[in-house]
Design a binder for this molecule. Structure first.
Ligand code: UD1
Length: 353
């Protein structure tokens, strides 16, 4: 599996999915250059990745830059020849995107356009992009296949859709491009070492980071958004996927980019299984031995009822399939949370919160 000759640029490589992917790239023998503006991430995360990577740590370098800083990005492409780019960098808080749409369009769209321009100028035309199941909106049926109609429920989702379209257009204009759009379902869990994991800034928007903060005593209770959905227990159903499986999906995508003429293709990365909010909470309570107090509230605006992936296309064409189940996701999430109750910060000197 080792690929000593290949160098991959990873944007947003200090973030949650980024760090897990960078570690797997290093373990597979890739050289990795991370660019990240550290807007929503910590440099400590990359130090941890280095210590986990052991003797491969020297294959990782980091530049604190914003993708919108074109001269800085140009510099990096001038000094290194990249085989491919994995593009994670972007803002992802739905509520914030509704309040500050221009911030999202500037950061996510302008950042991506500059990245694509610099890649094209340097002849690097292989890209893996982090898209999201958010583009399925409230699907009419499940499982969601890649052919389903797409829509945007908010400015954040619109940036994902726009970038998908931009990628299709640049491929239509220049068939040398090879692009894989990965639609992530709900990434949870952490590396089994407990050394890297999700550490959101401020009040978590997503279910499992919130549950984890309740478990370590940082928040009193989880608010359950809606118990009147047409699901077994009335709570929303999602396709939770272990972040290590998700990271593995990126290695599979890079392998796919090595094939001739793949064009611009989209793949779901999910498990194909739906789990409700209450099932997730129960599984976490079992793994952690902690009781999660609940407040029952109304539906969160913009939330869908049931979303889970069809995994067939990724299995068939990427030769990739998620290995881990809910139990492992909760076990590893708790392992990370219990070892790092304040994420990458400390109670006296929180990096975030
Ligand atoms: C959310 C975003 C989606 C984004 C994804 C990844 C919304 C409407 N959707 O997806 O656009 O791509 O995160 O960042 O924000 N829940 C609670 N209490 C909480 C948090 C969540 O009950 O405190 C429930 C939700 O109602 C949902 C489930 O848990 O049923 C999962 O929520 P979440 O983790 O936020 O993921 P998504 O809503 O699927």
């Amino acid at each position: 599996m080792a690929d000593y000759n290949k160098t991959i640029l990873v944007t947003g490589g200090a973030g949650y999915i980024g760090t897990h992917t960078v570690l797997q790239l290093l373990e597979c023998g890739y050289r990795v250059v991370v660019v990240d503006n550290l807007d929503n991430s910590s440099p400590v995360a990359l130090d941890r990745v280095k210590s986990l990577a052991g003797k491969r740590a020297h294959n990782l370098s980091f530049h604190e830059i914003d993708l919108r800083d074109k001269p800085a990005l140009e510099n990096i492409f001038s000094s290194t020849s990249f085989d491919a780019v994995i593009h994670f960098a972007g803002l992802k808080a739905v509520g914030e995107s509704v309040e500050k749409p221009l911030l999202y369009f500037d950061n996510n769209l302008v950042g991506t356009i500059i990245l694509l321009e610099v890649m094209a100028a340097h002849g690097c035309k292989k890209l893996v992009f982090s898209s999201s199941a958010t583009v399925y909106g409230w699907p009419k049926e499940v499982p969601c296949t890649e052919e389903f109609p797409t829509c945007a429920m908010n400015p954040y989702g619109r940036t994902k859709l726009f970038i998908e379209e931009i990628c299709r257009d640049i491929y239509r204009a220049d068939s040398e491009w090879k692009i894989i759009l990965l639609r992530y379902f709900n990434p949870v869990g952490a590396h089994p070492s407990g050394q890297i994991g999700e550490d959101p800034r401020g009040i978590p928007n997503n279910l499992m980071p919130f549950v984890q903060q309740v478990a370590v005593g940082r928040r009193p209770a989880l608010t359950v958004f809606g118990t009147d959905y047409s699901t077994n227990d009335g709570t929303g159903v999602r396709d939770y996927i272990h972040v290590v499986d998700l990271a593995d999906g990126h290695i599979a995508a890079l392998n796919k980019l090595g094939e001739p003429s793949i064009g611009c293709e989209v793949y779901n990365l999910g498990t194909g299984k739906g789990t409700s909010v209450l099932e997730m909470v129960t599984a976490f309570e079992k793994s952690s031995g902690k009781k999660i107090p609940l407040n029952i509230a109304g539906r969160r605006p913009g939330d869908a009822e049931i979303v889970y992936a069809s995994t067939e296309k990724a299995e068939r064409e990427l030769n990739w399939k998620a290995k881990y189940g809910i139990e492992e996701m909760c076990r590893d999430q708790w392992n990370w949370a219990s070892q790092n109750p304040h994420g990458y910060g400390s109670p006296d000197k929180p990096l975030k919160d």
